[in-house]
Write a protein that binds this ligand. Structure first.
Ligand code: HEM
Length: 434
């Protein structure tokens, strides 16, 4: 494995790296760069390739060390030398490609109306998570394992092969986006494009690498178990989710249809589904099954339309005393539903995922997007070139990681400053007063 390689460095290179490491530890006290700065001259074996990769790819560091023009580091590994450290890939997915993929997903949604199945795809990839298993990817969750045939063939996943096929051309176009991210990106985008809440997503999920890493069949919920409330709790508590999240997430059935030929549930068609849009047929939970709103809760509560589907696991949400509190609330308060849904969806999308970088990648500009703040970190740049948005975001993240901001100077200690001024004045008075 690349991380196991050690490096041979010339003395000047070691000195240069040592300076860089020391600088990094000053700038980034959390020492996220993986360097040991305890000795002034790092021994060759103390520098791993991953340390170097991360050092090189730290935008703040490279930004500030720009002028040092550190010479390229020659690395060798047991005779199989490689002349310089290859361009680092310190994250699972590329932020720019994630953004472009999102635009392509929006186009796909417009042309195929596949919002519901994409939401189901993201949920079924993440929903295999078992919090009692520590080891990744055996713990299941959002790791893209649902792309493998063996998992697509699980009974609960009937029909989801179509969702993977819809996304495959996008994945082929953006090889810098993992399947795990693509599935969750598609699901969140589908909810948002259907009129649902903005989901506070992060990306950077690492993919499971082979079918042998797929979870065993049977981790997803049944629609008609003997005791629906107990069953829902067994399955969702295993994922680390609670009653509120069970009810909020069930609200995703405001979208889509059930097809008897896939799950065995629902009618072959209803007056609401016989003409599509998309492939006609199936039975929907709501009249407008491509619109994300709280009508799922309203319709189950009213129980007046025979054409609409209510699974046993849907009905129980208005029967179980604890679930009922939330279901009743969401039926009358769409805002509350949207808020809880967005939080629960984001949590679901992260279950079991291994993020690279560990803190994940944000592709949405925060509230600052509406009123963009002036980015003043650029004034530290020695180059004439403008920083890219991605680079600005990365630098911002690194400043924020140490409790600062690129937009304002680091907080000074006003009390100490005043004390120093008083001390200087006292000294001057003493010197010139005598
Ligand atoms: C609470 C336990 C759940 C059960 C028992 C359940 C069961 C089902 C079943 C039987 C179908 C029909 C599949 C078909 O025939 O094609 C379905 C569809 C769907 N489910 Fe669930 N589900 C559950 C939770 C969820 C959650 C948590 C989400 C998302 C957050 C979700 C999203 C969807 C969507 C969007 C569809 C429609 C898919 C389409 O139209 O192609 N479900 N679900």
């Amino acid at each position: 494995m690349a991380e196991a390689f050690s490096l041979s460095l010339t003395p000047p290179q070691m000195a240069s790296l040592s300076r860089a490491a020391a600088a990094s530890s000053r700038l980034l006290p959390r020492a996220r760069l993986g360097f040991s700065t305890s000795s002034s001259t790092p021994s060759p074996s103390s520098l791993s390739l991953s340390s170097l990769k991360c050092l090189r790819s730290s935008p703040l560091l490279s930004h500030l060390l720009h002028r040092q023009k550190t010479t390229s580091v020659r690395a060798s590994s047991g005779g199989l030398g490689f002349s310089s450290v290859a361009a680092p890939k310190c994250s699972a997915s590329d932020p720019d490609q994630l953004k472009s993929a999102r635009e392509d997903i929006k186009e796909l949604l417009k042309s195929t109306f596949c919002h519901p199945i994409l939401v189901r795809l993201g949920w079924h990839d993440a929903g295999t998570y078992n919090k009692n298993i520590e080891e990744w990817p055996l713990r299941g969750g959002a790791n893209g394992s649902l792309r493998f045939e063996i998992e697509l063939k699980h009974g609960a996943n009937a029909g989801l092969v179509n969702a993977v096929k819809l996304l495959q051309p996008i994945r082929d176009k953006y090889s810098g986006v993992t399947y795990a991210d693509l599935f969750q990106l598609a699901s969140a985008t589908a909810v948002e494009e259907a009129g649902g809440p903005k989901i506070p997503m992060k990306y950077g999920r690492v993919d499971a690498s082979g079918p042998e890493q797929c979870p065993e069949e049977g981790r997803l919920p049944d629609a008609g178990p003997p005791s629906p409330a107990d069953h829902l709790r067994d399955v969702f508590y295993r994922m680390g989710l609670n009653d509120k999240e069970i009810v909020a997430l069930s609200g995703a059935h405001t979208l889509g249809r059930s097809r008897p030929e896939r799950s065995g549930w629902g009618k072959p068609e209803t007056k609401y589904t016989k003409d599509g849009p998309g492939a006609p047929g199936g039975q929907s939970w709501t009249v407008q099954w491509l619109k994300f709103d709280n009508s799922y809760f309203k319709d189950i509560k009213e129980k007046i339309d025979e054409e609409l589907l209510v699974l046993p696991t849907d009905a129980i949400l208005f029967e179980d005393p604890s679930f009922k509190v939330y279901a009743e609330k969401y039926a009358v308060d769409q805002e509350a539903f949207f808020k809880d849904y967005a939080e629960a969806h984001a949590k679901l999308s992260n279950l079991g995922a291994k993020f690279d970088p560990p803190e994940g990648i944000a592709i949405d500009d925060g509230p600052a997007e509406a009123a963009p703040e002036k980015f003043v970190a650029a004034k530290y740049s020695s180059g004439k070139k403008d920083l890219s948005e991605t680079m600005k975001q990365k630098i911002r993240a690194e400043y924020e990681a140490v409790g600062g901001s690129p937009d304002k100077p680091l907080q000074s200690n006003y009390f100490l400053n005043i004390m120093i001024v008083i001390a200087v004045l006292a000294l001057l008075t003493y010197l010139f007063g005598n």
